[in-house]
Design a protein around this ligand. Structure first.
Ligand code: CO
Length: 531
């Protein structure tokens, strides 16, 4: 039905090209640019209604509403796609591109035209039939994956993975690529990034991380496990999480914190950013660091300039840069000793029983425990990126055709053993653990590690620019860092691609040494080896 509607639409527009051009005739480049931005803002506002429906679906919606909600969301996304691919946009882009300011480098106008052209290009390059085929394949695969993971049965999932990889290869071909098919997929999440560039950074990172993890393991040290296995009432956790998020600069007049199963942040629109978390009554750390992580995403969304809302200048750069903001507040700030110098007395006031007799250093060690483990989402700052590198290597090989879906478990387990020194006991704790591939999200994983890398490099620069960050954190002062991020990153919108933004702010292209320096210093201190 959707296909028929699309077809009749394109026929209609194809039959009346003269009228379209005539409509645009007499339109100055300045007017075309104005119309284009207004159109894109309307589109963003329309899309934000869908975000709100999605947020509600994952927080408060009664379960009985799920099929009606699916209808609502499908209708919204169909209408969104139709608006985003209207031939009218193509004409406006062409006319607006003639604006002198749009021909200069990195001006507001140039950035907006450049990015709208890119988005429009991506939306129109994909044949509708392929989009629908992929959407059907992934919604079937998702259900199969849920069950396969539960039953620890890769065989039932195998053919679905094969289908998805096949369709995703077609998708990459439709989008276009030069050196690697995988580049086309990466580009959707991290504009401009390439497999070759990522490999170059991941290769030394992989070696140095494996060495670091080896040193942690052979130290024989571990924190007291009782600290994060005590009574932490959820209501008190929630209050603490809200206070911490507000203290680091998340604005609750323009946002909320609610409970969900798989936490996320939804930047609905100007003045409306929604955070979510979940509470474990025996361990406060998941909810708190989850909140700081999502608040980091939220502070980015709240820091986008309202006057540019709906246009690329009011949008975030990429998933990698978005993740750099969440990881910075979660790990570089939230898991630092300086942060806890300020917050620990408050935490003890909140949970006097659970934390009686627990000193600051013991708590700091407990929240920075590192140990090789099977599940990515439960892993720590030191081991996390090895999980990502493994997935990056496998999914790029799948897309390039050097790895078959059937061989994924064997390859996963062999590589896991090499990286972590652990034997994967079953596929549930191996290649079936993540949702991404079942949803066609191939090319997404590297952005997590890019986020950590960008966070480390930006944070080191912030230290240079802002002086004694530790002294500020231990006094509860987070505004200098937040203000710095607002100015250097958030207010820039999509002006620069991620690697160029990194160079503009830090003077250097992305390099793994900043993250390694941070990790070796921190974990060397905790586990007693030299940084
Ligand atoms: Co995140």
């Amino acid at each position: 039905m959707v296909a028929a509607r699309k077809k009749s639409l394109s026929k209609k527009s194809a039959a009346k090209p003269a009228k379209r051009v005539a409509k645009l005739k007499g339109l100055t480049p300045a007017q075309a640019y104005k119309d284009l931005i207004a159109y894109w803002k309307r589109l963003a506002t329309f899309g934000s209604v869908g975000s709100l429906l999605g947020w509600d679906q994952r927080t408060y919606m009664p379960s009985g509403a799920s099929s009606h909600r699916a209808e609502q969301l499908a209708l919204m996304s169909g209408m969104y796609h139709e608006m985003a691919t209207s031939p009218h946009v193509k004409d406006l882009i062409a006319a607006a591109g003639e604006l002198p300011a749009a021909k200069k480098e990195d001006t507001v106008e140039a950035v907006n035209v450049r990015e709208i052209r890119r988005e429009y290009g991506m939306a129109t390059k994909l044949p509708q039939t392929l989009v629908e085929e992929l959407s059907r394949a992934t919604s079937r695969a998702y259900d199969v994956w849920v069950e396969a993971r539960k039953q620890n049965d890769f065989n039932t999932f195998k053919s679905h993975l094969e289908t998805i990889v096949g369709l995703t290869r077609k998708r990459a071909d439709a989008l276009g690529w030069k050196a690697s098919r995988y580049d086309a997929l990466l580009d959707e999440y991290e504009p401009g990034a390439t497999k070759a560039e990522i490999e170059q950074i991941f290769a030394p990172l992989r070696t140095e991380l494996a060495q670091l993890v080896g040193e942690i393991v052979s130290s024989g040290r571990q924190p007291d496990p009782k600290i994060l296995n005590a009574d932490y009432p959820a209501a008190a956790q929630e209050k603490f999480c809200k206070e911490a998020a507000a203290q680091i600069g998340f604005d609750f007049n323009c946002g909320r914190l609610d409970t969900t199963t798989h936490p996320f942040c939804s930047g609905v629109g100007v003045g409306d950013t929604r955070l979510t978390t979940r509470y474990n009554p025996h361990d406060f750390s998941g909810a708190l660091f989850g909140t700081l992580h999502e608040a980091g995403h939220g502070i980015y969304d709240q820091g986008l300039e309202a006057k540019h809302y709906g246009s690329p200048m009011g949008n975030s750069v990429s998933l990698g840069i978005h993740e750099s903001q969440s990881r910075m507040w979660e790990n570089f700030v939230g898991r630092s000793l300086a942060f806890w110098k300020y917050f620990y007395p408050k935490l003890r006031e909140t949970f006097p029983q659970a934390l009686s007799g627990v000193g600051l250093d013991a708590l700091y060690f407990a929240i920075n425990k590192s140990q090789p483990s099977f599940i990515r989402v439960e892993s720590d700052e030191a081991t996390y990126n090895l999980h990502i590198i493994l997935r990056f290597e496998l999914e790029s090989a799948l897309i390039e055709g050097s790895l078959k879906a059937a061989d994924v478990p064997g390859e996963w387990n062999a590589r896991f053993k090499k990286l972590f020194g652990l034997e994967v006991p079953d596929n549930r704790r191996g290649c079936l653990q993540d949702v991404h591939w079942s949803g066609g999200g191939i090319g997404y994983f590297p952005t997590y590690t890019l986020g950590n890398l960008y966070a480390a490099q930006l944070f080191e620069q912030a230290r240079k620019d802002l002086g004694d960050l530790d002294g500020q954190f231990s006094a509860g002062e987070f505004q200098p860092l937040k203000g710095w991020l607002n100015q250097k990153v958030h207010h820039q919108g999509m002006r620069f691609r991620s690697n160029k933004l990194c160079e503009k702010v830090t003077g250097k292209p992305l390099d793994h040494k900043y993250l390694m320096r941070h990790l070796r210093k921190k974990f060397g201190g905790l586990y007693g080896f030299s940084a």
